[in-house]
Write a protein that binds this ligand. Structure first.
Ligand code: ADP
Length: 651
């Protein structure tokens, strides 16, 4: 991207228009073949042309509602639904603006589809997914501003090359698989994976785009029944429609189609008549042409990916364990690949290939599954000279980290309860409101008259974070609660919480605009995409149990609580919990927890003496009773200010 800064807008793929316009077949065509499905059907073409024609070239300057100006550049390409133009912002940064004519959004269904595409795409961030930048509209169009991919897609590469070499395809596959693994971990099924939807960025890294058919599966067991996709890439179970339903495995099938197409030169079930394609798919009727030899290990992988039974297809992690990936593996894709086969790829040594493979996987966010030490934490990184202290700064980013989590605690712990109750700004607002309430109460209590205290209620000790490891520069923030539940707040803002003495774990998944989903799963049957996260939780658990001592004694679990946000400063680490409690671990190893909206305060001394009192009593007494906190009022003032700051943050 940086190389494109401040350059004048350049035509990027002129002469390559309508590159993929004929690839989409409307859903109805599968169900009512006689009416609609003729591959060269004039009606279909007309319909698409009509939609495209509705998309007017945007004005030369598009002004967004919040006053940002974008200068329109050249036409980039056209899909079934949208046209794409270059757009340049005031700083000279160039983007791709996917432009959808408002006139083409004729009914609620089309509108819902577009909003769903925006909602899903906006929530994604991965090195191999086209980055969503912004979304705005004028009177005639809706614009989806995207990271620009100036080197076209795998489809154009294949057209120019006819066939692609195995080492190059290996590298492509790792980047594609990294992105799909990420999508599936967020319960997103792409459902339209094909060469034309996988673009090259300026550095020749692959980026998956076009989330027009993507869907979020609310739970592990649910399935989708809408028949959609592109004929050559459609999985057999999708053709089963209402009877069978489909899930994440349709994307695995599409990986098989793409791999075959790249190595052989055309998709495996290709035929002129779309009905013939469907018949072949249903019988998995394809062959490897003799005149285009590909390796035995590649055939084996393709064969498994194209298994008729979705459950027989390998999982994302299993794909990368296939022997085929042990072959020559380049360190990157070079621009020359767009025109011709680069020289010398077959000569890359086994050792170099294995290193390149590992680096490519890391860059695509794939961790090696099943290895003994899956989370690569260096012991030297984690060694702490202060047994009860925070882990060294080397483990955490220098800046203060803020993580937002919002779940309706009322829904916690109920099996398979799906909760889409808050959107992100509401989530932050609610979090801020809790901070504000606590701050106000603390202020009121500070100025209350002590004589007013009549009887002092006894309070139970709150649920506390007793151990933690900040590894957010790689995976996330892991913690153990004093009820022995173990959680990881992953960098993608989702949380996995393993409940103690139980076969259950909770996945708290965040979807932009839709809020949080809390899904309860069983450890004995974890969903495929949660397996890796469980491995990471286990690794952290092992690390914490053998290396860190506890802040407080085990408390019997009263409630399900998890970490919603944490903030690190040189003086303290602040935890905001889902039950509205705040915990502050100070540098001098004294910990203070504020609960019940600021009415109650707990001190955990370095020797683990825990005392919970009404805040007003601490003010009256001048300190805690069992063990004094050094600079007690100073610490309470710091806490009050930190909570106040949060109350007004992002307001
Ligand atoms: P549709 O939803 O209509 O299928 P696509 O998302 O496939 O639209 O985009 C249509 C075309 O626009 C693509 O085929 C490609 O030529 C171009 N395009 C899309 N996204 C980008 C991008 N990020 N950078 C450059 N060109 C793009």
């Amino acid at each position: 991207m940086s190389s494109l800064r401040s350059q004048p807008l350049q035509p990027l793929n002129s002469g390559q228009l309508n590159a993929r316009a004929n690839n989409i077949t409307p859903v109805k065509s599968i169900r009512r073949p006689k009416e609609n499905v003729q591959p060269t059907d004039q009606k279909q073409k007309k319909k698409k042309e009509k939609l495209s024609a509705l998309c007017k070239t945007p004005p030369s300057i598009v002004r967004t509602r919040n006053g940002r100006d974008y200068r329109r550049g050249n036409f980039l390409g056209e899909g079934g639904f949208a046209r794409c133009f270059q757009m340049k912002d005031a700083s000279g940064q160039i983007y791709a603006a996917k432009t959808v004519a408002k006139a083409s959004i004729k009914n609620e269904k089309t509108k819902t589809k577009l909003l769903s595409e925006i909602k899903i795409h906006k929530s994604l961030k991965h090195p191999n997914i086209v980055n969503f930048v912004d979304c705005f509209e004028d009177d005639v169009n809706v614009y989806i501003l995207l990271e620009i991919c100036p080197n076209q897609s795998l489809m154009e590469l294949l057209k120019a090359r006819k066939r692609v070499s195995e080492p190059e395809v290996r590298f492509f596959m790792v980047q594609i698989i990294g992105a799909i693994k990420y999508l599936h971990s967020r319960r997103v099924i792409h459902r339209d994976l094909k060469l034309g939807n996988i673009f090259f960025d300026p550095d020749m890294n692959l980026k998956i785009g076009d989330f027009g058919l993507a869907s979020v599966l609310p739970s592990t067991d649910s399935r989708k029944y809408t028949i959609c996709g592109t004929p050559n890439y459609i999985a057999p179970e999708v053709l089963g429609g209402k009877n069978t339903g489909h899930s994440f495995e349709v994307d695995i099938w599409a990986i098989g189609i793409m791999m075959y197409a790249l190595l052989v030169g055309k998709p495996p079930f290709q035929a002129k008549d779309v009905n013939v394609i469907y018949e072949r798919i249903k019988k998995t009727e394809y062959y490897f042409p003799e005149e285009k030899p590909i390796s035995e290990s590649a055939r084996m992988l393709i064969k498994d990916l194209l298994s008729l039974n979705p459950l027989h297809r390998p999982t994302i992690d299993e794909i990368l364990d296939y022997d085929w990936f042990k072959g020559p593996f380049p360190d990157k894709t070079r621009e020359i690949s767009l025109q011709e086969t680069p020289q010398g790829l077959d000569k890359i040594t086994t050792a170099q290939s294995s290193l390149n493979f590992k680096i490519a996987k890391d860059a695509a966010g794939i961790y090696t599954p099943g290895s003994k030490n899956p989370v690569e934490i260096l012991r030297s990184d984690l060694h702490s000279e202060q047994p009860r202290a925070m882990l060294p700064q080397s483990l955490s980013p220098n800046d203060t980290r803020n993580k937002y989590q919002e779940v309706d605690p009322a829904h916690m712990g109920r099996p398979r309860k799906v909760n889409f109750n808050t959107n992100f700004s509401t989530a932050i607002k609610r979090l801020n409101q809790e901070c504000f309430k606590t701050y106000q109460n603390m202020r009121r209590i500070e100025h209350a008259k002590y004589d007013e205290i009549e009887c002092i209620p006894e309070y139970e000790n709150p649920t506390l974070i007793s151990k933690w490891v900040d590894y957010s520069n790689k995976y996330g923030f892991s913690y153990q609660l004093n009820n022995d539940d173990i959680g990881v707040l992953f960098n993608d803002e989702n949380t996995l919480l393993k409940l103690h003495n139980s076969d259950r774990f909770l996945e708290l998944i965040y979807h932009d605009n839709e809020g949080w989903t809390c899904i309860e799963n069983s450890l004995s049957h974890p969903p495929a995409q949660a397996k890796r996260q469980l491995e990471i939780v286990d690794f952290f658990a092992k690390y914490m149990n053998s290396n860190l001592s506890k802040v407080s004694e085990i408390e019997e679990s009263k409630e399900t609580v998890f970490l919603r946000r944490y903030t690190r400063t040189p003086e303290y680490i602040m935890f905001e919990m889902t039950n509205g409690n705040f915990q502050f671990n100070f540098k001098d190893h004294h910990k203070i927890c504020v609960s019940k909206e600021g009415e109650v305060i707990t001190h955990i001394s370095p020797s683990r003496v825990t005392e919970t009192l009404p805040l007003i009593l601490v003010y009256k007494n001048g300190n805690f009773i069992s063990e004094a906190v050094p600079d007690c009022f100073g610490k309470i003032a710091v806490i009050k200010e930190a909570i106040k700051k949060k109350a007004f943050e992002n307001a």
